[in-house]
Design a binder for this molecule. Structure first.
Ligand code: SAH
Length: 247
């Protein structure tokens, strides 16, 4: 090996740890947090309010939840962009607009108990936790559920409860729910979820026979227990996992 390459290799070995430390330091510094806060405010203004999200509770919640803490480190710089992002295990954190729209369509208020299927990163649950009294959320993939639970606890969301399991069955111990959000695409509405919806409650769920395309439906339960369905917009969610149950 030439002396020049030796020098080069030693330089790389000397510099690399420094660069890693500098990155870790900077990415957690107040300067970086301030930059993220500015990006978040811009996201709320242009992607949400600018596209018709009018519920002040939703806008305030999404202006508050640090979305960049819910994505893998290497994607932090993209956290406030207008799209979904990978969170590993083939799953995604939804586009900010979709999170806002689902929360607005569910008409979540401060007295509500909310159920979510598909915790994923825990971001949607955190947004719900900012608005509602209690949030119960179920994640099918064990590692994602465990990570989300730790993340939500570290960020202080004491009213958000994560469980690992099949959300198809709901969470009967905490039912009825004033709002239910399903964040994975399915070809029918699970009966247990209809059963666990409180009278006057709303469920927002992406339903479609095609695994790549669904319609975002709002299911309202009337006071007499009957339900009515409203179609909103076409959406694309990752598929609902677990044993498929017949209707
Ligand atoms: N709400 C999430 C994004 C959801 S992605 C967020 O804010 O980050 C959809 C999630 O639903 C994935 O994590 C997937 O593992 C989960 N999922 C799919 N089928 C499920 C089921 N039957 N029960 C619970 N979770 C499920």
């Amino acid at each position: 090996m030439s002396p020049a390459s030796k020098i080069l290799i030693s330089l790389v070995f000397l510099l690399a740890p420094g660069l890693v430390l500098a990155y870790i330091f900077l990415s957690h510094s107040p300067i970086m947090e301030h930059a993220m806060e500015k990006e978040r405010a811009a996201m709320v203004k242009t992607q949400l309010a600018g596209r018709g999200i009018g519920d002040q509770r939703v806008l305030r919640a999404m202006g508050h939840v640090p979305r960049h803490k819910f994505v893998p480190d290497y994607l932090e710089y993209k956290a406030y962009e207008d799209g979904p992002l990978s969170i590993g295990h083939g799953q995604t954190i939804s586009q900010p607009y979709i999170v806002a729209l689902m929360t607005e369509l569910a008409q979540v208020g401060p007295e509500d108990t909310v159920f979510e299927v598909g915790t994923g990163s825990g971001y949607q649950a955190a947004v719900l936790g900012e608005i509602a009294r209690e949030v119960y959320t179920v994640e099918y993939i064990e590692e994602l559920g465990r990570e989300a639970k730790e993340r939500l606890a570290a960020l202080g969301y004491k009213n958000v409860h994560v469980r690992i399991g099949d959300g198809y069955q709901g969470w009967p111990e905490h039912a009825p729910f004033n709002a239910i959000l399903v964040t994975a695409g399915i070809d029918h509405i699970p009966q247990p979820l209809i059963d666990q919806l409180a009278p006057g409650g709303r469920m927002v769920i992406p339903v479609g026979a095609d695994a790549l395309m669904q319609e975002l439906l709002v299911i309202e339960k009337n006071m007499d227990g009957s339900v009515q369905e409203t179609k909103t917009i076409p959406v694309r969610f990752v598929p609902f996992l677990g044993p498929k149950k017949a209707e």
